[in-house]
Design a protein around this ligand. Structure first.
Ligand code: MN
Ligand code: MN
Length: 462
């Protein structure tokens, strides 16, 4: 007898949408067909619902459990489940709760992060390791990390833990040569520091000056430079949180040269603009993220990039900052405000509601952007599609119900949502991870520690 049959739903894959039943055995999809019967231990009626592959969010800054905040990693994993995200990728960058000692080598960082998160997640998860100048010889450790199933790395071109250009080149080259891929936060550090200093000297300290301290050309210049280094290094490059048309132009130019250059954007850049910074300072601080929210025309440029394939995917850049804690530094000056905002629970809701329901992208393209391409680019070979042989990570989604996003309905470790009050259509009903329900009919039925760390292996680009 089969473990589970999901009956009567509308299955969405990158290739098309059609009615289909799905049979699950041992956590994997074993059959997909028009009528698989009812001979299973669990039969779930999905009539009127879309059956989607679980969302793969490749960009989160979930924070590991500490003595004072023992539940924050678990809570964000539960939030992911409610949002239809069945696998999330985190980083071990400074600020996520990792120790300074573990920050001194890549492999010690991996060991510590795994021990601090083991047995703590409700859905599956993985990590991308951050390469910093504080590590003794991170570049030399890259091949060993790839061998341990962690083939994606992150580097910053700004911040005190960012890499200088030579190290950035070396990290790109080593990652590429060992079957890995470097993710890069692209901004020009010199321009950013100079523009920030100019504002502060003029007494312009309010949150609104965050955006003008790092305008689109600051991002675009660094994007062009990172692509050039990746080209010279013959290495793949993954550009995180692309926010504007000017940077997108650089990605399109790289693609035209057939370089393995990939780029993501995030829900906040697709749904908001820099008018948020004109709100009263304590409100504006909620939208302090980097790159900043952009001008009014930019969201449409990004939607066009998602529709035409020049942007590969949408990920959240989730940071569980709280208005009542991390964001309070708005009282000092804009450059002291913790960068980031929460989003782990609202990814599918926003991309469906703002993208599919408004006709900007197709349903099939949404599945590609949220599940199939992120799983492929990040080496999650069992994830990302409802297909025989893959993990049964399933989302039953009602595309008709109206919904208003409210912090009071969310489960993440933050105390606000940047999308408060947004009127949407579509709701996650039930979510399975490897064939086991973690959310059923809108209620959490999962378990702490059910989520597994996923070892990954990338495609080769040489
Ligand atoms: Mn970043
Ligand atoms: Mn980030």
């Amino acid at each position: 007898m089969t473990d589970l049959i999901v009956r009567g739903g509308t299955l969405v894959t990158v290739g098309g949408t059609q009615p289909a039943d799905i049979a699950v055995q041992g956590g994997r999809i074993v059959a997909i067909g028009p009528d698989l019967g009812v001979d299973a231990r669990d039969v779930v009626d999905a009539a009127g619902l879309l059956v989607l592959p679980g969302v793969v969010d490749v960009h989160t800054h979930t924070r590991v459990a500490t003595d004072s905040e023992p539940d924050r990693f678990y809570r964000d994993s539960v939030a992911a489940a409610f949002g239809g995200t069945t696998t999330f990728l985190a980083f071990n960058n400074p600020g996520t709760g990792v120790s300074d000692a573990a920050g001194r080598t890549l492999l010690a960082g991996l060991r510590e992060w795994r021990s601090l998160t083991g047995g703590d997640a409700a859905v599956d998860y993985a990590v991308s390791l951050v390469v910093t100048p504080f590590q003794e010889d991170a570049v030399a450790e890259i091949p060993a990390a790839v061998g341990l199933g962690v083939p994606t790395f992150k580097a910053f071109m700004v911040y005190d833990f960012g890499l200088d250009d030579r190290r950035l080149y070396q990290a790109l080259a080593m990652a590429g040569a060992s079957g890995g891929m470097l993710e890069v936060h692209c901004e020009n550090a010199i321009m950013l520091e100079e523009l920030t200093a100019r504002h502060l000297e003029a007494g312009e300290t309010a949150p609104r000056f965050h955006a003008s301290s790092r305008p689109p050309y600051v991002e675009a210049e660094a994007t062009v430079r990172a692509i050039a280094y990746a080209r010279a290094a013959r290495a793949p490059l993954y550009i995180v949180h692309l926010s504007c048309g000017e940077a997108l132009t650089a990605v399109r130019a790289g693609r035209a040269e057939e370089l393995p250059v990939f780029a993501e954007t995030c829900p906040h850049y697709l749904t908001m603009d820099d008018s948020r910074y004109l709100l009263p300072p304590e409100e504006a601080a909620r939208y302090i993220i980097s790159p900043p929210l952009r001008g009014a025309g930019e969201p449409d440029r990004l939607w066009a990039g998602l529709a035409d394939g020049s942007l590969d995917l949408v990920a959240t850049d989730h940071v569980p900052d709280r208005v009542g804690v991390e964001k309070q530094t708005w009282r000092e000056s804009f450059d002291r405000i913790s960068n980031g905002g929460p989003g782990i629970e609202t990814l599918l809701a926003l991309v469906y509601g703002e993208g599919v329901a408004r006709g900007r992208i197709s349903l099939e393209r949404m599945v590609d952007l949220l599940s199939t391409t992120p799983a492929r680019l990040f080496g999650l070979r069992e994830k990302g599609a409802v297909e025989v042989g893959r993990d049964a990570d399933l989302v039953l989604f009602d595309p008709t119900v109206p919904r208003v996003i409210r912090q009071t309905d969310l489960h993440h470790a933050s105390d606000y949502t940047p999308f408060e009050g947004r009127e949407m259509v579509g709701a996650v009903r039930s979510v399975a991870v490897r064939g086991t329900w973690v959310v059923r009919d809108g209620a959490f039925v999962g378990r702490r520690g059910f989520g597994q760390f996923v070892e990954r292996q990338l495609e080769r680009y040489d």
